[in-house]
Design a protein around this ligand. Structure first.
Ligand code: S3P
Length: 442
């Protein structure tokens, strides 16, 4: 089979051993740049994820007037323009593959008197933007989207914008954050109601930057009230390691016999840590060492040793706390003993790819037994026997970094190896993934 420059075969490996650190959290990295760009004075960030998605946010914030400089490995300095101070960008804001850049930046622009065009790659141009267009239009912004409420789109901000109370119809931290960021430059109180809690990095960081933000629980829902037009204070931010990146190594070390791997400095925010509990319930051996707080976020070192897994029914209520980890959980399930069932995962169909269809197809290509349903997958595991692998086929990743990394992990637990058609999207969130994998399996 001919190989393309970005395809790669991942083969059965030796045990994963040693101590590693994964790159900074993607969600926190985006928010560091955005909030730093709205604070007057110098914000310093260490541990910033230097992946393509986050660099797209940095470029967009520069295009709107912030002074953003890389001073070292993961070290950045930001001089912000102040809340309300964003400038009209000269060119389209190219968000690449990054839904977080697109939706959060739309929120920002929505309450400024500026107009911006948002563009992205083929994957991002297929993803629904109606979910942010709806609340931001209520706040007064004007949108000219492509058919189906998609990108490319033009956004005319409202100044002044109107504060709203918005109950999230989908459990999405991006939508929540878009409304809150719009609320920053809106007079009065902007309220977001979350029937199902999602990652709360925006709330934590807004508070850290000095915004007036109140979070309460009312009738079983999370209610977030943000008072607009604060003066944000520059911060020193230490970004914890991304639990969504650590996930690939947690599963790989669990699956490969003889592994004993420590992953340092992993974010353990309860709104993100669902996978750890699910893997443990399947029988994984994951120890939390030295739990501590870094920059307002709980972190720990995770020691992961090989274990045999059994199938599980994943409680749909856990989905938001592990929404990006399902692709690699499906790989774990494919090697577990017995059947695993996941439900309530419609949101996975609108990620960087349709992650239910893409993972079902990829796992079938390498010999796993998978049934795709509208809202989840049912997977019959091998009981620990390696997957067949793909001697003559390539798995398709559809421009989705997490599919590429998940199927790389599947390759480690396969007989013939797994050929991933395109590893280039991995650079969006985890540029040194392959190097780190090579290092710990050497
Ligand atoms: C993110 C929220 C999630 C997640 C994405 C990052 C964020 O998306 O999948 O990788 O930083 O707010 P949704 O808001 O679409 O669930």
């Amino acid at each position: 089979m001919s190989t393309s420059p970005t395809s790669r075969r991942f083969r059965a490996s030796g045990p994963l051993r040693g101590t590693i650190a994964v790159p900074g959290d993607k969600s926190i990295s985006h928010r560091s740049l955005i909030l730093g760009a709205l604070a007057v004075g110098e914000t310093r960030v260490t541990g910033l994820l230097e992946g393509e998605d986050v660099l797209a946010t940095a470029a967009a914030m520069r295009a709107m007037g912030a002074d953003i400089e890389r001073t070292g490995d993961g070290e950045w300095r930001i001089h912000g323009v102040g809340v309300g101070g964003l400038l009209q960008p000269d060119a389209a804001l190219d968000c690449g593959n990054s839904g977080t850049s697109a939706r959060l930046l739309m929120g920002l622009v929505a309450s400024h008197g500026i107009t911006a065009t948002f563009t992205g790659d083929a994957s991002l141009s297929k993803r629904p933007m109606g979910r942010v267009i709806e609340p931001l239009s209520q706040m007064g912004a004007g949108f000219t989207p492509s058919p189906g409420g998609r990108m490319p789109l033009m956004l005319e901000g409202a100044h002044p914008a109107v504060p709203i109370t918005y109950r999230l119809p989908v459990a999405s931290a991006q939508v929540k954050s878009a409304v809150l960021l719009a609320g920053l430059n809106t007079p009065g109180v902007t309220t977001v109601i979350e029937p199902v809690p999602t990652r709360d990095h925006s709330e934590r960081m807004l508070r850290g930057f000095g915004a007036l933000i109140e979070v309460s629980e009312e009738d079983g829902e999370r209610v977030i009230r943000l008072t607009g037009q604060p003066e944000l204070q520059p911060q020193d931010i230490v970004v914890p390691g991304d639990p969504s990146s650590a996930a690939f190594f947690m599963v790989a070390a669990t699956l490969v016999e003889g592994s004993d791997l420590t992953i340092r400095n992993v974010g353990m925010n309860p709104t993100r840590a669902g996978l750890v509990g699910v893997l443990r319930a399947m029988g994984a051996n994951i120890e939390e060492l030295d739990p501590r707080e870094v920059g307002g976020e709980p972190v720990a070192d995770l020691r992961v040793r090989h274990a045999t897994l059994k199938g599980i029914e994943v409680d749909p209520a856990l989905a938001p706390s592990m929404i990006d980890e399902f692709p690699v959980l499906f790989v774990a399930a494919a090697l577990a003993q017995g059947t695993s069932v996941t439900r309530g995962l419609e949101e996975l169909r609108v990620k960087e790819s349709d992650r239910l269809a893409t993972m079902a197809a990829a796992l079938k290509t390498v010999g796993a037994q998978v049934e795709e349903r509208e809202d989840g997958l049912t997977i019959h595991g091998t009981g620990g026997e390696p997957l067949r692998g793909s001697a003559n086929a390539r798995v398709k990743t559809h421009l989705d970094h997490r599919i590429a990394m998940s199927m790389a992990v599947a390759g480690l637990a396969s007989r013939d190896g797994v050929e991933v058609d395109d590893t280039s999207p991995i650079a969006t969130s985890f540029p040194n993934f392959i190097a780190l994998l090579d290092e710990v399996t050497r």
